[in-house]
Write a protein that binds this ligand. Structure first.
Ligand SMILES: NC(=O)c1ccc[n+]([C@@H]2O[C@H](COP(=O)([O-])OP(=O)(O)OC[C@H]3O[C@@H](n4cnc5c(N)ncnc54)[C@H](O)[C@@H]3O)[C@@H](O)[C@H]2O)c1
Ligand SMILES: [Zn+2]
Length: 392
């Protein structure tokens, strides 16, 4: 038998920038990031802008046009406005239009696609860019709390299929991510606040000091004080990006996925409510569930578990929803099927992260369904006992 094993090593830059007013005259963040690779080359730039953001910033399209007319070396191909939110991931309509635009404007692998929008819109346009010509350069401008503090700085994209989240998708490191804080403050208040759940999540699995800071600032965060919100978003984004860059498994080939703490049930809750529950609300309940499970299996103290539940409640996030009560024909909670689907999505052995401490995780390979029942009931009771804390 003949054959050789080759090692292909890749070194990829993951460029993350924080700014305000990226398209303001004089803001050099983007201009510095985009290279036109030599004096004689002109790179095309095509922009996809989510409709809700275009409405919140009516001058933005003109500002972007002016921005590119002011810097040499770019062939600006326009701004295409399209619909976002979870709806855009449900079918291939927006994806198709992304491919159409890339083809019509003859965007190539030396061009740039800029995407400005929430996490769902970034996922669709990102997948379109990653698959057109086997990958054109993508610069993401996340515009929600959740996309700035988590998904936008990640390396994944995708759309939903077969009733499952992100069934179609790819791993693709964006050319750059620009977190422009100006976008944060036009989101509806509930969306601006709920995206902080991913900051709580990443603090719990990586950074105890950040968790304490979030606790200390919970009231300001609830009130959406801009400076505190921006600091939370930036610290969370850095934690996510550091894990991806330095955690040793950026494309998730192994089974351990600490950034998916609380997500096995979250994805299932989103699915069984047909996305009536947002990703953030579902993650909050998933984090609450796996935190209490960590306590009930002796990994963390009751007091620490309650600290986690309390901060979620203080941020106006839910611990429990009626969706937990849906049962299949055998009387089993539907949400529990999320464990097997999570395993299937990852492949290999079931691996779920539990808390060993606040700021530290531990992988386990089995969860006890009876104990999960107990934890769900605990969170239902805890939420109703602390009803006054939740101001929704
Ligand atoms: N790729 C990944 O690694 C990854 C990770 C986590 C989550 N996600 C995905 O991200 C999606 C959730 O993202 P999200 O929480 O940003 O929600 P979203 O994209 O649905 O946006 C929330 C709402 O805010 C609106 N909006 C966005 N920016 C706005 C702004 N600046 N002003 C006013 N309105 C604005 C949107 O139109 C939408 O109605 C889910 O599909 C989830 O699966 C992906
Ligand atoms: Zn998430």
């Amino acid at each position: 038998m003949n054959g050789t094993d080759y090692t292909i090593s890749l070194e990829i830059q993951h460029r993350i920038r924080f700014t305000r007013g990226a398209f303001d005259h004089g803001n050099r963040t983007l201009a510095t990031l985009l290279s036109n690779e030599g004096e004689n080359k002109v790179a095309k730039v095509l922009v996809y802008l989510e409709q809700a953001v275009a409405i919140a910033f009516p001058q933005l399209t003109e500002q972007i046009e002016n921005y590119f007319s002011g810097i040499p070396g770019f062939d600006f191909r326009g701004v295409r406005v399209d619909v976002g939110a979870e709806e855009c991931k449900r079918n291939e309509k927006v994806l198709r239009r992304v491919w159409d635009g890339i083809e019509e404007e003859k965007v190539d692998r030396h061009s740039y696609v800029l995407v400005i929008g929430g996490g769902a819109f970034l996922d669709v346009v990102g997948f379109g860019a990653a698959t057109a010509h086997r990958g054109v350069r993508l610069v993401r401008f996340p515009t929600t709390t959740l996309s700035q503090d988590d998904s936008g700085v990640g390396v994944k994209n995708g759309i939903n299929a077969f009733g499952k989240k992100n069934w179609i998708g790819s791993f693709a490191v964006p050319y750059a991510v620009v977190n422009d804080f100006a976008f944060l403050h036009t989101q509806p208040e509930n969306i601006r606040r709920e995206g902080l759940v991913e900051a709580v999540k990443v603090a719990l699995v990586r950074d105890a000091a950040f968790f304490s800071w979030l606790e200390d600032n919970a009231q300001f965060l609830y009130e959406l004080k801009p400076a505190v919100l921006e600091e939370a978003v930036e610290r969370s984004a850095i934690q996510h990006a550091e894990h991806i860059a330095e955690g040793g498994d950026p494309f998730e080939t192994g089974s351990s996925r600490p950034l998916d703490f609380g997500h096995w049930s979250a994805h299932k809750l989103e699915q069984i409510t047909d996305f009536a529950l947002s990703h953030a609300e579902a993650v909050s309940m998933g984090v609450a569930l796996d935190t209490v499970y960590s306590w009930k299996t002796g990994r963390i103290s009751e007091q620490d578990a309650h600290r986690v539940l309390d901060i979620l409640l203080k941020l106006g996030l839910p611990l429990y929803d009626e969706a937990f009560e849906r049962r299949d024909e055998n009387g089993k909670r539907e949400v529990l099927a999320g464990l097997e689907e999570f395993r299937e999505h990852l492949g290999g052995e079931l691996t779920v992260l539990l808390l060993r401490d606040l700021g530290k995780g531990e992988d386990v390979h089995q969860l006890d369904e009876c104990l999960l029942d107990v934890c769900i009931e605990h969170n239902a009771a805890y939420q109703s006992a602390n009803d006054s804390v939740v101001v929704k």
